[in-house]
Design a protein around this ligand. Structure first.
Ligand code: ADE
Length: 467
């Protein structure tokens, strides 16, 4: 890099004003974070601590940042996707909330990683106490920045910290492979206490790191809680992916043949939402249990090769690479729409599509590129194959992120006081936190629930009582 380190985002006042208005709007639908901010203001769980975050820079993320600030944290924020940053939100956070924001919409791959390194405190700072990640790019960058030979303070014989974390294999033809390499890095002075990861994709990466002994500190897998799975992965992804698909493509879904690749929690939500709008939904899967779930939920299950010539809209939600290949695309109907809901842009072979096309018509609509094949068929790619709900729409609605981020804020506060008790591994969210988050939201919504009676407790505690 030339000319010294880039500085945190600073933007014009008009942009910041619009961002602040949108943050306030979202904040009204985030009662859990509001309750936690009040609690944190009193308890100050993060006093004197720095939290480095790598998250989609949205109004909902801004509310989380404010909540952490209320607990006494210094917050540094980088984006978790080069296309999802909402610049007005970044400007508002930087201008009004004292957050060090390193994010700008549309940056190239090199700048994207540079921003993450900056949020981690490269260029002189000691490094964060706590981290919160969405997808694993921050964890990877951080492990590259840790000083070699930095051994666990517990003296537990675990592998030396700072072992460079393996990067996930980049599939041949990945669009990410085409854009510059990350810059050289300056090591951080210390290892964070702990971290939190919000996505299934990121947790899978962390588990691979932990299995190789490369994970240097404990991380809580926030994506694995029942509440998050139910509300965020299924409901949030279902609604917001369809939102992105409709905003980008402008098509009517009723009557369309929609192929959903992957029937995990996210794919389930997408399939259900598309069906709710009248689409005829087909599902492809590699896991027999999930495939059975899809069949029993009333969806036709088939292979992608079978679905390719039939589908009118294809949505990937698998978390793996090379799901829709050039061979599939070569079989597709004129006007087929391709969208990805997975965290990384590896599920649709964009390079293969480019190679297949005779002519590319970029931006036929915002976030829609049209690829014309030599025989005249046209395929439409949304959001460059990146996560469509955050690139072409606003991501999950605030009600969803309230719960997801509420769980992560509680987990971070718990880590602030307890991380030293944990081994450097991937840990579940402490069970009380899930129930507490659900209880706080129910209270905010004015919904009361019953309690077990003493007799019911005794019944549940005993194995002697039958019919
Ligand atoms: N991930 C999915 N939706 C999101 C949102 N609205 N804000 C931040 N991260 C998200």
């Amino acid at each position: 890099m030339t000319g010294g380190p880039p500085r945190p985002y600073s933007a014009d006042a008009e942009l910041a004003e619009s961002g602040a208005r949108r943050i306030s709007y979202s904040q009204r639908s985030m009662p859990l974070l509001e309750a936690l901010a009040a609690r944190f203001r009193a308890d100050r769980p993060f006093d004197g601590m720095t939290v480095a975050a790598c998250l989609h820079v949205t109004a909902e993320t801004a509310v989380l940042a404010r909540t952490l600030r209320a607990g006494g944290a210094q917050v540094a924020l980088a984006a978790s996707n080069p296309l999802s940053t909402q610049d007005d939100i970044a400007a508002a956070l930087a201008a009004g909330d004292g957050v060090a924001v390193f994010a700008r919409a549309g940056v190239d791959r090199r700048t994207y990683y540079e921003h993450i390194a900056l949020a981690l405190g490269e260029y002189g700072a000691t490094g964060p106490d706590l981290v919160i990640d969405d997808g694993g790019d921050l964890m990877n960058t951080l492990h590259d920045l840790l000083p070699r030979g930095n051994v666990s303070p517990r003296g537990d014989g675990l592998p030396a910290r700072g072992t460079p974390a393996p990067r996930p294999p980049r599939p041949p033809g990945s669009p990410r492979a085409r854009r510059g390499s990350p810059p050289p890095r300056t090591p951080l002075a210390r290892t964070p206490l702990g971290g939190c990861e919000g996505t299934t994709t990121g947790v899978l990466r962390l588990r691979r790191m932990a299995a190789e002994g490369a994970l240097a500190f404990p991380v809580i897998a926030a994506s694995d809680t029942p509440v998050k799975r139910l509300v965020d992965n299924t409901r949030g992804t279902g609604q917001s992916v369809i939102d992105g698909l409709l905003r980008a493509s402008g098509v009517m879904l009723a009557g369309k043949v929609v192929v959903v690749a992957g029937f995990g929690a996210c794919g389930t939500g997408i399939a259900e939402c598309a069906r709710g709008l009248g689409a005829r939904v087909l599902v492809t899967e590699v896991d027999p249990v999930r495939a059975l779930d899809a069949v029993l939920s009333g969806f036709r299950v088939l292979t992608l090769a079978e679905a390719a010539p039939i589908g009118e809209v294809f949505i990937t939600a698998t978390g793996t690479a090379e799901v829709i290949t050039a061979e599939h695309m070569a079989m597709m109907r004129d006007g087929a729409i391709l969208a990805n809901a997975g965290h990384f842009d590896v599920e649709i072979d964009v390079r293969g599509l480019e190679a297949l096309a005779a002519v590319v018509h970029p931006d036929v609509r915002p976030h829609t590129d049209m690829f014309e094949l030599p025989d005249g068929r046209r395929l439409l790619l949304l959001a460059e194959g990146r996560v469509v709900n955050l690139v072409a729409a606003d991501g999950h609605p605030p009600e969803v992120m309230d719960l997801a981020f509420g769980i992560e804020a509680l987990a971070l506060a718990w880590l602030a006081g307890n991380a030293e008790k944990l081994t450097p591994d991937v840990h579940p969210v402490p069970p009380d936190i899930d129930a507490e988050a659900a209880r706080l939201v129910l209270a905010a919504l004015g919904a009361d629930i019953d309690s077990l009676t003493p007799a019911q407790r005794a019944y549940l505690a005993s194995w002697h009582l039958g019919s």
